[in-house]
Design a protein around this ligand. Sequence first.
Ligand code: NAP
Ligand code: ZN
Ligand code: ZN
Length: 351
Amino acid sequence: MLICTGYGATSPSSPLAPLTFNRRDVGTSDIEIEIMFCGVCHSDLHFARDEWHFTQYPAVPGHEIVGRVKSVGEGVSRYKAGDLVGVGCMVNSCRTCTSCQEGLEQYCAEGLTGQTYGGTDNAINEPSKGGYSDRIVVDENFVLRIPENLDPAAAAPLLCAGITLYSPLRHWGAGPGKKVGIIGLGGLGHMGVKLAHAMGAETALFTTSASKVEDAKKLGASLAILSKDEAQMAEHAESFDLIIDTVSASHDLSPYFNLLKRDATMVQVGAPEHPLPIPVFPLLMRRRNFAGSIIGGIKETQEMLDFCGKHNIAAEIEMISIQKINEAYERMLKSDVKYRFCIDMATLKAG
Ligand code: NAP
Ligand code: ZN
Ligand code: ZN
């Protein structure tokens, strides 16, 4: 066993604090990564506080991991010591079901058993632990290559926020001639604005925060709409081909359904603690679709990273020390992050 250090929660109400825990030894096809940076996803907060009701404690969050390869197992062929690599939300899957064989491991028939945190490491039969830590051991098939031209800290959020928006944008055909809306300018939303714009779509942002309107335009939105302003919303009725909802809390969906064209789709990626009521009439009346999407497969995640390398796209980050993580969670709950916290993992050594 490897003894690792990190930050984690020991109950739904306890703040994150330093702890030590086990990881498996580096196996034949494994890579040991020294973690340099880890993005702070709102899912980390949902998970640490058991808002999705499957957390096992101690819970070590973090699934936007970037670091350098420290050592590799004897069967590893794709990576060598020193490579700049990333790990996202998955570190394993069944590898045999139809979805896994199609490169859609996020929809594995066995469920998300191989999650970076919130799954199980079968080798040691312990709950898997995430990236708020000094190092991680991952099978090479679930390790991604980070383009060397990107700032490694700003690239970390691509591993979850980036792929979570890239995958539905591609699946539902965002591109030239399409009008795409993103709801919420947080970690996921700001990546959605950048990516939809880079794909050539006319991009709109819906926000509850007046202070984010100007930023949205700088990030690539040609429209930034205050969602509480009914007159602004009405101007865009029945004009969208695709809307992606990244909101992390309970909110009303009906104003958005009315903005979709006939047959167009709204995709839910935000995962609030409580169920969202679905207003059915706006769906019925224009044969509109309401869909969901979760992260993206490993192959598509590499494709997204390469796309970001080519277009020089990364997250807007506010760097924090690990000691500031609880404060960062409170600010995230107030929508006060522009636009992703990123932990400098070197600060872990300070205790
Ligand atoms: P985040 O950085 O906190 O951003 C969420 C944004 O939602 C906020 O910045 C805010 O944007 C808006 N918002 C928050 N509370 C709101 C409210 N009460 N009403 C309306 N808007 C509100 O969170 P994130 O990391 O982007 O994650 C967003 C959600 O996606 C979380 O639930 C997370 O668990 C989930 N998630 C899902 C996947 C997936 O694969 N499907 C992957 C990662 C994360 P404005 O200030 O612009 O209004
Ligand atoms: Zn995430
Ligand atoms: Zn599978």
